[in-house]
Write a protein that binds this ligand. Sequence first.
Ligand SMILES: Nc1ncnc2c1ncn2[C@@H]1O[C@H](COP(=O)(O)OP(=O)(O)O)[C@@H](O)[C@H]1O
Ligand SMILES: [Mg+2]
Length: 386
Amino acid sequence: MKKNNRSLYVGAMSGTSVDGLDLALVDIQLINDELKVKVIDAKTIALPFALREDLLVLGQPKDDDFDQLGECDSLLGQFIGLSINSYLSELGVSGADVAAIGSHGQTIRHRPPGGRTTPFTLQIGDPNSIAEITGITTVADFRRRDVAAAGHGAPLTPAFHKILFGNQDTNIAVLNIGGISNLTLLGGQTLIGFDTGPGNGLIDQWCKSHKDMPFDQGGSWAASGQICDGLLKSFLQDPYFALGAPKSTGREYFNLPWLERHLEIISQSTSAPLATEDVQATLVELTTQSIASCLRKESSGIAAVAVCGGGRLNEYLMQRLAVNCGLGEGNKIIVQPTEFWGVDGDSLEAAAFAWLAYQRMNKLPGNMPTVTGAKGERILGAIFPG
Ligand SMILES: Nc1ncnc2c1ncn2[C@@H]1O[C@H](COP(=O)(O)OP(=O)(O)O)[C@@H](O)[C@H]1O
Ligand SMILES: [Mg+2]
């Protein structure tokens, strides 16, 4: 493999779906004042079963257990470090050629401004262990400086979306459908980006509860159900959907107890309980209608929606997204996976954290105040020497 002297960065990310560790090897160079970003390779490594179960538990507010928190922090850091070591050796890349690792870690709690508590956000996956195991300088804790500057600390990817898609002639929106969905609108005067609400998270959790499967492959189970208008209406009345940007959310808000509260409301006006597949179809509708309504509200003249994240692999969800975005006779909006534009949709978020590590190492800001609501641009992340 061709090595560029110390222009290689590794991004490591585990999103709200807690489905796996996404790794990306990215070459980042400033050439004639222009930033050149090339994703060389990417891979997703499944999390060990027991660690995943513990991380899911930690992501739900309850009687929090500091022992479990501390242990998961260490175990995840070790897992990330060891995974990067084997990933680099598979690729034949020496750690000495990597300038830095950007590790997001796992969010176990996100309490943005505007809520009932003092704002904070918490990602675990001890970067000390990552630096110790890999010997590579590791940058982590990217979100908290933005929160300290009165921002949401999220989303942090819109600036990276702009680097990848900003040169397109079309007015494009980048949509990441992970556990939570986030949308970046590139066409306006200022960059806008925010969490639209649920992505795959509720869909996965309902599937796990009733089918004992981690996700609904291709959305076929949802496709077998009927959308329940009353339930959908109840979902969409949640105040989150009416909030303007900046806004961000997480699993501590959109989770099974949230869904069960709405099912309870609906059960008071229906005689028979809803079929489980009808709930699944309605959850897909919630994800896609809430995204489509943001597109309508926040921006005009969108010509294309580039979809990344695991949700783009759910065929039924993609069909409903196209319908709800108003695709049809005479409408020219393109809704396509990012691959349509030559960008791998699985590694994009991990690659963004490689870029954030580059920004930190070069003392450049990582946040966009128009997106997060922070008081100003800030250099994000702490450096753990290799
Ligand atoms: N073939 C598929 N069919 C349906 N859904 C899928 C498929 N592949 C992935 N997904 C969905 O994508 C999710 C993972 O997406 P990802 O972008 O990694 O999210 P996150 O960033 O939250 O980890 C899975 O939990 C699942 O819901
Ligand atoms: Mg994931």
